[in-house]
Design a protein. Structure first.
Length: 551
């Protein structure tokens, strides 16, 4: 394989390290994309199952405490009075009208009718009491007895508070509610089949949920409205985590408590008649959610692929630039070696002729001295360009300078070359109202490089011209025009790159290193100006350097 194809081979090998893993990644991602729908479905089902279990546990725990099952209705059948001597003594005090003495007796002491003596005494005192504080104390004594007290006691107490224009204490209303619940519980538990752990049973026109604990045998009775409140409370948090289009359905013993009913369940949790289901409430919304997720994944894969391809393109471009730059550097080194060797060899031969006296005998001593001076100047210019490029230092401080003097100095150095090549050299410098500012030494080197480029490409008998003039109030320009072969339009954007030279290196006839125009571009940028190239009116090239008066 030829050396020219070696960079291409290296580029292909390096690219494979990116392309092959990317293709493998793309294949794996495509396979993952295809199985993503099933994976998300399984994940949705698993999440729904966990949420259903959590919701059912919350629902089950929100209904309140368990209590022992009532065996008899103790509020309806008072027990017989005790034969305890204390009971006899308390009864005598009650019959004698010592109601205050009876208030301190135990609650278990009863009248012949089976009613608590202290409650009876409290009711008797409450009928005559007028002090609001004392009335509240007597109401607390009356309400402290849960069993064996009929609603008639409560009615009497509330009637007394109404007569006194007072608000009954909350303990009386709470006592009435407890008494009613006891009555309802006994009614609901009467005739209940304890083998059924979960039962709905009506009482006073309201459905009640009756639960029998499977292990402790205790019961829990809850009204349907309270069950629904507990169900709604249990759904507050988990429903936020459901996928779009899904909903919860809670039921107990076949009775819906919350959520839509009659829909297809996708996950169910059930325990002793309690059931929590995740149902498909809106199939279209669920499908739209799936489509959005799939489109998002597709977009991510596409962006990743585009980014990888762009990175590969940029890497390849940078690699090819590096290869091209290395090639130019190699050509530069060869050109510099050639450009230096030529004047050194010529100066060595000329000096040898002068030393041996051959030039003196031939009458060419002055000519040999002139040629040594020209070759040394040529070598000095080459070295200056190389050093200026490698140092890459900024321009010196910008100071006012004489354009006429700067151009005359450069012209004096290049005019002998024009005469030797028989090229007509014309210079036209206009008057400047104010001296421009800049780095005169750097601009002199720029002008010499433009002259060198023009004379190298202009054949014998051609013309090279230099013109300098103000442009408007804030700029001025230098134009160097030659009658050479010109520069192709597609090459004009690259001739200012370092080491770049037009044409094939093997077929190139003009000497050079590819640094002259690069230094011209660098100096133009350092001064805040620009360098442009165009076709000359009569053929050839026209380089225009435009600079600000005050950089």
């Amino acid at each position: 394989m030829t050396p020219a194809s070696s960079p291409l081979r290296r580029f292909i090998l390096h690219s494979l390290w990116v392309v092959l893993p990317f293709c493998a990644l793309l294949a794996l991602t495509w396979n993952a994309w295809r199985s993503d729908a099933e994976t998300r479905k399984n994940r949705t089902l698993e999440s729904a199952s966990q949420l259903a279990a959590r919701t059912m546990e919350e629902f089950y725990a929100n209904l309140g405490p368990w209590s022992p099952i009532l065996e008899t209705d103790r509020t309806a059948i008072p027990p017989l009075p005790d034969a305890d001597p204390k009971a006899v003594e308390a009864l005598k005090r009650y019959e004698a009208g010592d109601f205050e003495g009876v208030l301190g007796s135990p609650e278990s002491l009863r009248s012949p009718a089976g009613l608590p003596l202290r409650s009876l005494a409290a009711l008797r005192l409450l009928r005559k009491e007028t002090d609001p504080t004392r009335l509240a104390e007597l109401a607390e004594v009356l309400a402290s007895s849960m069993d064996f007290v009929t609603p008639l006691f409560l009615d009497e107490a509330e009637k007394r508070f109404t007569e006194m224009a007072l608000t009954p204490p909350p303990s009386l209303a709470d006592w009435r509610g407890r008494w009613q619940r006891r009555q309802a519980e006994f009614s609901l538990l009467t005739g209940l089949d304890e083998s059924r752990p979960l039962t709905w049973k009506p009482h006073a026109g309201v459905d009640h949920l009756i639960e029998i604990h499977p292990s402790s045998g205790e019961c829990r009775i809850t009204a349907a409205a309270d069950v629904r409140l507990a169900a709604e409370k249990a759904l507050q948090i988990p429903v936020l985590n459901l996928a779009e289009g899904l909903a919860f359905h809670l039921s107990i013993a076949g009775k819906t408590m919350a959520g839509p009913s009659g829909l297809t369940p996708i996950s169910t949790r059930e325990h002793h008649g309690w059931k929590a289901e995740v149902v498909l409430a809106d199939a279209n919304a669920y499908d739209r959610s799936e489509t959005r997720t799939r489109n998002f994944i597709t977009a991510v894969i596409s962006v990743a692929g585009i980014a990888a391809m762009f990175g590969l393109f940029q890497s390849g471009r940078a690699y090819l630039r590096a290869v091209e730059f290395a090639r130019r550097q190699s050509e530069f080194m060869a050109a510099v070696s050639h450009e230096m060797r030529t004047p050194l060899t010529a100066m060595g031969l000329l000096a040898e002729n002068l030393e041996s006296g051959a030039a003196e005998r031939a009458g060419k001593r002055d000519e040999h001295a002139r040629m040594i001076r020209e070759e040394s100047a040529r070598l000095g210019t080459l070295i200056d360009n190389v050093l200026a490029f490698t140092r890459d230092k900024p321009s010196e401080a910008h100071e006012a300078f004489d354009v006429h003097a700067m151009i005359a100095d450069a012209v004096s150095l290049i005019r002998p070359l024009a005469e030797r090549k028989q090229i007509a050299f014309a210079v036209d410098v206009a008057e400047f109202p104010a001296s421009p500012h800049g780095d005169a030494a750097a601009l002199r080197r720029v002008l010499l490089n433009l002259f060198d480029n023009a004379f190298k490409h202009t054949p014998a008998g051609g013309t090279v011209s230099c013109a300098a003039r103000p442009v408007g109030e804030n700029h001025w320009c230098i134009q160097v025009t030659d009658s050479g072969p010109g520069i192709p339009a597609h090459e004009r954007s690259r001739i200012f790159e370092a080491f770049y030279r037009i044409g094939d290196e093997l077929r190139r006839t003009t000497p050079g290193t590819g640094l002259g125009l690069a230094l011209v571009k660098r100096s133009a940028d350092a001064h805040g100006g620009r360098i442009e190239v165009a076709d000359a009116p009569g053929g050839g090239s026209c380089f225009t350097l435009t600079l600000p008066i005050q950089p």
